[in-house]
Design a protein around this ligand. Structure first.
Ligand SMILES: *Cc1c(COP(=O)(O)O)cnc(C)c1O
Length: 371
């Protein structure tokens, strides 16, 4: 994370990669250049792309203007008539892209419980081209077994795509378990400071790299040099942030599960959490996301009003702890019936544990939950 990618400037020795605000580059004779035009390639963006490739252990990396731009670019690998199987509680924006935009191009999608291998296998059709996984999921932190899915994708000649936003490459490297494509909303933990919107993709073969770079250059949804630099800077402290968040989250989860006003706590670090043993095999840590149920929308909104250190906001993965109400915020676009089917109740609160003193965070929740 600190020495990966291109970590210094070869001309000046600067230990921080320069921000190249150049849209075009002088050619030494026609066609003789390293960089041509900044949509196709920019040195600062390239340094970030090399870095994410290194820390995910893939073949090539690509940086986009947002997580959704990255996901859209990956979905551009498919054509009309293709079918893709996805985790049923994928990120809301991904659900919207698949159901409201890609369907216009006749790309077929099925949402299934990917933690159940038999269900995934049954969903494979003649035109299926890929399985798209999130593990842990949002907000219920459901776990999918990456190795089993990769056996399935290998034997059916499908692409395996993993959105690794929640675990980050610090805790989980899906390529190690057979993924062909790993993607991130780098807006979250990789950036880590709530100050940049970005997406990253790592592919694990030369042919996918050629295809994805062609798409990136064609649709143009690239990340700018300033934001690329911010991400490089964020990634330098990813390890220490993830370790500290892990410690904080464990203590907050323990406090919540022992609280009499909390009926259910979702946290992959609990041995009782569904998929805990699978997660332990494929990941080195449990992350900073916790969801818990306080019983009703009214009670949940009271808690959200009373907290002082948890900031009421969408997003996650930042230095500051964030709190949200999935049913009315991130998952509001999903019909209530479907939400309840998935287990996203009206009283479900999601927190993203940050780097504050954990005693302060627990005290904050203690007062907010008291009445
Ligand atoms: C936020 C998020 C996205 C979308 O990323 P943006 O950077 O907001 O476009 C995709 N997947 C997951 C899991 C996310 O949390």
């Amino acid at each position: 994370m600190i020495h990966g990618g291109i970590s210094r400037d070869e001309h000046t020795g600067a230990v921080s990669i320069p921000i190249h605000h150049a849209s075009t580059f002088k050619q030494d004779g026609v066609g003789n250049f390293v960089y041509e035009y900044a949509r196709t390639g920019n040195p600062t963006r390239h340094a970030l792309e090399e870095l994410i490739k290194d820390i995910e252990g893939g073949f090539k990396g690509y940086a986009f203007g947002s997580g959704m731009a990255a996901i859209s670019a990956v979905m551009n690998l498919f054509k009309s008539g293709d079918h893709v199987i996805l985790t049923d509680d994928v990120y809301g924006g991904s659900y919207r892209l698949m159901t409201k935009v890609l369907t216009k191009y006749n790309i077929e999608v099925s949402f299934v419980d990917t933690s159940n291998l038999a269900v995934v296998e049954a969903a494979i059709k003649e035109n299926t081209k890929a399985i798209y996984i999130e593990t842990p999921t949002n907000p219920l932190l459901k776990i999918t077994d990456l190795k089993s899915i990769s056996k399935l994708t290998r034997s059916h000649n499908l692409l395996m795509i993993v959105d690794n936003t929640f675990s980050t490459p610090y805790w989980q490297n899906p390529i190690e378990f057979g993924a062909d494509i790993v993607l991130h909303s780098a807006t979250k933990y990789l950036g880590g400071h709530s100050d940049v919107v970005a997406g990253l993709v790592v592919v694990n073969s030369e042919s996918l790299a050629t295809d994805l770079h062609f798409i990136q250059n064609s649709i143009g949804a690239i990340l700018g040099p300033q934001d690329s630099w911010l991400l490089i800077r964020g990634i330098k402290t990813l390890a220490i942030r993830m370790e500290e968040i892990e410690e904080n989250a464990k203590k907050v989860a323990k406090f919540l599960v022992e609280h009499s006003h909390v009926s259910k706590v979702y946290y992959p670090g609990f041995e009782t959490h569904q998929g805990h043993s699978v997660h332990k095999i494929q990941a080195r840590g449990f992350g900073g996301m916790i969801s818990f149920d306080v019983g009703s929308n009214h009670k949940a909104e009271e808690v959200l009003k009373k907290v002082k250190y948890f900031t009421l906001a969408e997003s996650l993965g930042a230095v500051e702890s964030l709190i949200s109400l999935p049913a009315k915020m991130t998952h509001a676009s999903i019909p209530r019936e479907r939400r309840l089917e998935l287990g996203i109740t009206d009283g479900l609160i999601r927190i993203s544990v940050g780097l504050e003193d954990v005693e302060d965070l627990i005290e904050d929740l203690h007062f907010a939950l008291a009445k």
